[in-house]
Design a binder for this molecule. Structure first.
Ligand code: NAG
Ligand code: NAG
Ligand code: NAG
Ligand code: NAG
Ligand code: NAG
Ligand code: NAG
Ligand code: NAG
Ligand code: NAG
Ligand code: NAG
Length: 630
């Protein structure tokens, strides 16, 4: 052991020497000269003795670590004007983001030395005065975002010399004069809105929508007719329509509203057609007595309601069918109803569709599922099997699913989930799944982990439901399933779920809790985004607080835990199943995330400011390991 340690020490010191040798020391000094001459409210962990390429917040180096090629410093509370001859010395710089700070003063014109610059983000600052007239010096510039500043003067005509330009956002400044003829074929995104521009929209720019020019004093007759691209409207429409369809599974319960349905439908023979197409009727209770014929017909078959032991529910199928019911949600495996029995008991009844296995196999699986007893697993109370109907009876959770709690629309008496609640949800769900994975000789799989299948138990911890069904159900057409967003990439057939794919789905749940975003969601720009990919890209681009739900930013001193949860989530959604941790390890990580703070509850702890960037740095290190995977 001692020898091993020595070898390790030698290896490490060797690595450190190598590392030190390949440091871009001049670039480092340029950055330090910049930071030391600027006020910034968030501290930077830039230490001349540490590796800028590996450790410095917001800094990216090239492959051989000889140069700094990207500097991203969004939201660090910088104030004042950019000192000259600092950033301008980073001659290999390709990406510069100073957005969302309080920079003021003139455009840092010495950046014109940065010929390799491809992206310049200065938006959301207080820069003022005119732009440099000669943009031709940045021949490689492709994205320029100067929006939300106080730049004035004219828009430099030399921008038309930027042959690689793809996006130009000068919105919300005070530019005046006429719009130059920016004849740049590569330009795909243009926003000149909310300035003080006059004259006409040049012919070369009429391909951009009206909104690109709104909020100016442009001559109306020229700018209006040609600017609506012919097929933009229909495109938008179709993606708007398909988006709710895509999201249907996830937000079904909350967005469709509580549609009342007769429980008759549970038992009705013509199963598919009978499901109403979500009519938004007012809530109305329906007694099903009049449908007795159908019920008895069903009971004539081989069906019976099988209760699990220790179940104190006392009702029979007929009671159940007489109950008034409302749809709680439509999931991948069937529709769930809330059924209020005459004796005052309320249960959740899941009506499975497309069960592909025979009675014996179904019963065996129900026994396996029903015997899982854990405070973080929703107990299956009873099931029913007949040729035509398969029902499962669960406890009813009045608070609704985590999905409903997280994504309910504003104004629906919505209380945003605070951080403590989200941690309890994650911890409970992790305990539940870990327990499930230990059942049946370590073979049981949940198979359908998602926020709409998680409820809150009496201690307000997450409690997982709907386990063990994936193998019973006829696989559903892949397009629908893949869009569900929780499904691990290797699961192409909905029956081929595994404990590793459960871990993936749990990771997506963590990201959902952190971001407040659905696993599949639409961005402002009509695009449907896969949460895992989105988080990966944001973390890779800026790795800042940006991924986190804005509602969480109100709570003090939780960054470390959020960052740690993000790290755990990203570990779980590793692309290759064998790279994902075991659920028991995930549980340990989730619980350790808390344990760090048990002595100092986050709400009262006064943490030193240094902890923020330090806590955020590990993500930067994770990028390398995760970014290639999605
Ligand atoms: C600019 O980029 C090119 C190609 O990537 C590279 O050869 C050149 O060295 C870079 N310039 C500087 C100053 O680093
Ligand atoms: C623009 O990029 C190309 C290739 O990346 C590089 O060779 C060239 O030097 C860059 N231009 C300037 C002005 O640095
Ligand atoms: C702008 O800069 C380019 C490249 O540095 C140069 O060739 C050109 O003459 C300059 N134009 C003006 C008007 O200064
Ligand atoms: C420019 O910045 C604004 C504000 O951050 C952002 O909404 C917009 O997407 C950016 N545009 C481009 C082209 O990067
Ligand atoms: C430009 O930036 C503004 C905010 O600064 C943003 O609202 C707008 O969407 C951006 N325009 C485009 C086309 O991205
Ligand atoms: C424009 O920017 C100013 C600050 O520079 C800000 O107060 C204002 O809300 C912005 N307006 C729009 C429409 O983004
Ligand atoms: C631009 O703004 C500055 C003050 O910020 C002012 O002195 C100057 O006259 C303005 N220039 C134009 C062209 O409006
Ligand atoms: C475009 O670039 C050429 C050559 O670099 C330069 O002569 C010309 O002045 C530039 N055009 C503008 C409008 O700056
Ligand atoms: C826009 O221009 C008009 C006259 O050219 C000027 O009076 C006004 O102050 C300008 N507005 C802004 C916001 O710069």
């Amino acid at each position: 052991m001692g020898i091993k340690f020595i070898f390790l020490a030698i290896f490490l010191s060797g690595a450190l020497v190598l590392l030190a040798r390949s440091e871009p020391s001049e670039d480092k000094q340029a950055l330090l000269d910049f930071a030391n001459n600027m006020y910034h409210s968030r501290p930077l962990n830039w230490d001349v003795r540490t590796s800028a390429c590996n450790l410095w917040t917001g800094v990216t180096c090239n492959h051989d670590k000889s140069r700094i090629i990207a500097v991203r410093l969004p939201g660090f509370g910088f104030r004042g004007s950019v000192p000259s001859n600092t950033l301008a010395r980073l001659s290999a710089l390709q990406i510069l983001s100073l957005r969302s700070n309080g920079f003021s003063g003139p455009f840092p014109s010495d950046l014109s030395k940065l010929g390799n610059l491809t992206s310049l983000y200065l938006q959301l600052n207080k820069f003022q005065g005119p732009l440099p007239q000669n943009f031709s010096v940045w021949e490689n510039l492709s994205v320029i975002n100067l929006s939300d500043n106080a730049f004035n003067g004219s828009i430099p005509a030399s921008i038309s010399n930027l042959t690689h330009l793809t996006a130009l956002n000068l919105s919300n400044n005070s530019f005046s004069g006429e719009i130059p003829d920016l004849n740049v074929p590569s330009l795909q995104l243009l926003d000149l809105s909310n300035n003080n521009l006059t004259g006409n929209v040049p012919q070369s720019l009429t391909r951009f929508p009206n909104s690109a020019f709104s909020g100016n004093q442009l001559a109306p007759e020229v700018s209006s007719p040609p600017v609506v691209p012919p097929n933009e409207k229909p495109e938008k429409k179709s993606s708007r329509i398909s988006e709710p369809a895509v999201l249907g599974i996830i937000i079904g319960g909350s967005s469709l509203g509580f549609v009342l349905i007769a429980v008759l439908l549970i038992i009705c023979y013509s199963n598919k057609e009978a499901q109403p197409k979500a009519p938004k009727k007012p809530k109305k209770e329906v007694s099903l007595k009049r449908e007795k014929k159908t019920i008895s017909a069903s009971q004539d078959g081989d069906g019976r309601l099988v209760f699990f032991e220790n179940c104190n529910l006392a009702f029979d199928l007929e009671d159940l069918l007489r109950a008034s019911a409302e749809v709680l949600g439509k999931g991948s495996f069937g529709t769930t109803y809330k059924a209020a029995l005459e004796d005052g008991t309320t249960v959740a009844v899941k009506r499975l569709k497309e069960v592909s296995v025979g009675k014996r196999e179904f019963e065996l699986q129900m026994e396996a599922v029903g015997n899982v007893r854990h405070e973080n697993v929703a107990q299956l109370r009873a099931y029913y099997y007949s040729k035509d109907e398969k029902l499962m009876v669960y406890d009813y959770y009045a608070q609704g699913s985590v999905s409903a709690l997280l994504h309910a629309k504003m104004g629906e008496k919505r209380i945003p989930l605070d951080w403590e609640s989200r941690v309890r949800i994650a911890t409970g769900a992790a305990r539940g799944i870990t327990h499930i994975h230990s059942e049946c000789g370590g073979k049981l799989v949940h198979g359908n982990m998602k926020a709409s299948n998680i409820f809150l138990n009496s201690q307000q911890y997450g409690c997982v439901s709907d386990l063990g069904l994936a193998t019973l159900i006829t696989p559903i057409a892949p397009p629908v399933m893949r869009t569900a967003g929780y499904r691990a990439p290797e699961v192409t057939d909905s029956r081929k779920v595994s404990q590793a794919s459960d871990v993936y789905s749990f990771g997506v749940l963590l990201l959902e809790l952190l971001t407040g975003k659905s696993p599949i969601h639409a961005t402002g720009g009509d695009e449907v985004i896969h949460l895992v990919r989105w988080v990966n890209s944001v973390v890779r681009e800026e790795w800042t607080a940006e991924v986190f739900d804005v509602e969480l930013l109100r709570f003090p001193n939780i960054e470390e835990e959020m960052v740690e949860m993000l790290r755990i989530g990203m570990t779980c959604v590793a692309r290759m199943p064998e790279q994902r941790p075991k659920m028991s390890d995930v549980l340990k990580m989730v619980e350790d995330m808390r344990r760090v703070n048990t002595g100092n509850p986050p709400s009262t702890e006064t943490r030193t400011e240094e902890s923020t960037p330090a806590a955020l740095t590990p993500i930067a290190a994770d990028i390398a390991s995760t970014s290639g995977q999605q």
